[in-house]
Design a protein around this ligand. Structure first.
Ligand SMILES: NC(=O)c1ccc[n+]([C@@H]2O[C@H](COP(=O)([O-])OP(=O)(O)OC[C@H]3O[C@@H](n4cnc5c(N)ncnc54)[C@H](O)[C@@H]3O)[C@@H](O)[C@H]2O)c1
Length: 447
């Protein structure tokens, strides 16, 4: 039986390498579609949690994971740290992380390590799909060669094994667009590779979008996230311009978005965060640098987005100053430290920079975030104040800085209880229609 038939009849074993935000939901989805799924992760704690049916990813509900682990659904999921499990695999999906190194170069070591382990155990007819976000050329330049040379013989791609790149497009915390209903782009090394990968993904997603090569598929993902990073930078700069002009940026955007065509609203904020938007464009810029091309939009967008925490710290300083206070010695309460609404993720969160700058200026900083009990960085460790302490915190702080607009925050209480409020997200919406330089700073009832 060839792989396509094995997939269609659900007799194919699927392995997912890397069980984080991307890999775990995908592994569960394959199990729900009727496959025997093995999840491989080097993190023992994660593997232990999965096998105990305990989800650590918000988008994978406990019940759904427990069902997949118990095999109560159409398929079953088992997690392991042992790569030997790959010997049983017919299809392998790589979902390891792709961070930046300290010098902001791509760190593809996790991909290389996974590929090395696959190459040791590749079996005839195997499908390998890379889902980790990476620079254009990775699949052909880094993943393909070790697989072709595997087993001390030359394996022919498209015949002896199949290789494709398929970008992951999930948006953590988003419930309207899921893995199932978000179209899946696939670029195989050969047309046969694309076809086999398409057969697999059509079992779990509504629509597959084949493209002509892995490089095109890699570039699709980077275009999408560079588009977001540069547009966010643009609107952040517009916010700075509006502040100088003494007008309210949110009023401007609200009116501009009434244009039914040719305008798409983006909103200013404290800066960029998460594992994708701040990181992915750097992968593209790095690749272009090797081709003697300077990705100017990416560079400028990064510069503007990275400067936003300092912009908001300056606003905090101004707001305290207007009240005759200094940052030094002030008690500042930060609301929300996750990088975006309703997620527990603080990777690259601008809140961490804002806290760092405020502490550097001598403020005493506390925070409240029901999604993030603790934050640990190289320079500080803080735990969230409890919800019962929040009321007092709001009243007693010299300034409240809203960084993340979680939906379960009680904004009416914040407005009622806090003194000086710096609202980086317009969460209070208090300034709508107020054409003044105070657009970014609201004074609460207590102020
Ligand atoms: N998080 C997102 O929202 C998102 C969205 C789209 C794309 N992506 C991309 O997907 C990829 C994965 O991101 P993530 O957020 O799921 O990362 P993550 O850090 O949540 O998970 C990665 C997992 O891989 C494991 N791992 C690392 N090296 C391994 C190895 N050699 N063998 C086995 N396991 C290994 C880690 O222990 C970890 O559990 C990245 O390239 C990211 O850019 C992420």
């Amino acid at each position: 039986m060839d792989l396509a038939d094995k997939i269609s009849s659900r007799q194919a074993n699927v392995s997912v390498i890397g069980l984080g935000y991307v890999g775990l939901p995908l592994a569960v989805l394959f199990a729900e579609a009727g496959f025997e799924v093995t999840g491989i992760d080097l993190d023992r704690a994660r593997v232990g949690s999965i096998n105990a049916g305990e989800s650590y990813i918000q988008d994978v509900p406990q019940r759904q994971l427990a069902r997949a682990i118990a095999g109560d659904g159409p398929g079953r999921l088992v997690a392991t740290t042992d790569y030997e499990a790959l010997r049983e695999a017919d299809a392998v999906v790589i979902c390891v992380h792709t961070p930046l190194s300290k010098t902001k170069d791509p760190d593809v070591s996790y991909i290389l390590s996974a590929v090395h382990e696959i190459a040791k155990r590749i079996t005839p007819g195997m499908l390998i799909v890379l889902e980790s976000t990476t620079y254009p050329g990775t699949t052909l330049e880094l993943v393909l060669p070790p697989l072709e040379r595997a087993r001390e013989q030359s394996l022919v791609v498209g015949k002896d094994f199949f290789l494709a790149f398929s970008p992951e497009r999930i948006d953590p915390g988003q419930s309207d667009w899921t893995l199932f209903n978000t179209p899946k782009v696939i670029g195989g090394v050969t047309p046969e590779c694309t076809e086999v990968a398409r057969t697999l993904y059509e079992c779990v997603v509504d629509q597959v979008v084949p493209v002509s090569s892995p490089m095109v598929a890699e570039m699709v993902k980077l275009l999408e996230n560079t588009f977001r990073a540069t547009n966010i930078a643009l609107v952040n700069e517009v916010a700075i311009m509006c502040d100088r002009l003494g007008i309210n940026v949110w009023e401007v955007i609200d009116a501009a978005k009434t244009k039914p065509f040719g305008f798409m609203p983006f909103y200013p904020g404290p800066g960029l965060g998460g594992h994708c938007i701040p990181v992915d464009p750097q992968y593209l810029a790095w690749k272009l640098k090797t081709l003697n091309y300077n990705a100017r939009f990416i560079q400028l967008a990064e510069e503007i987005n990275l400067a936003m925490p300092e912009f908001w710290v300056a606003k905090t300083q101004d707001a305290l100053n207007d009240a005759g206070k200094a940052v030094k010695g002030s008690n500042i309460l930060v609301l929300g430290v996750a990088y975006k609404r309703d997620v527990p993720d603080t990777r690259e969160s601008p809140a961490l920079d804002i806290i760092e700058h405020l502490r550097g200026k001598g403020a005493s900083v506390t925070y409240f975030d029901p999604h993030v009990p603790e934050v640990v960085t190289e320079t500080f460790r803080l735990t969230s104040i409890d919800r019962p302490q929040l009321g007092r915190g709001l009243v007693e702080s010299d300034c409240v800085v809203i960084v993340t607009d979680h939906t379960d925050f009680d904004w009416a209480e914040v407005r009622r209880s806090a003194g000086i409020i710096v609202d980086t997200r317009n969460a209070l919406g208090a300034n709508r229609g107020v054409p003044s330089a105070a657009a970014v700073v609201a004074a609460g009832a207590n102020g």
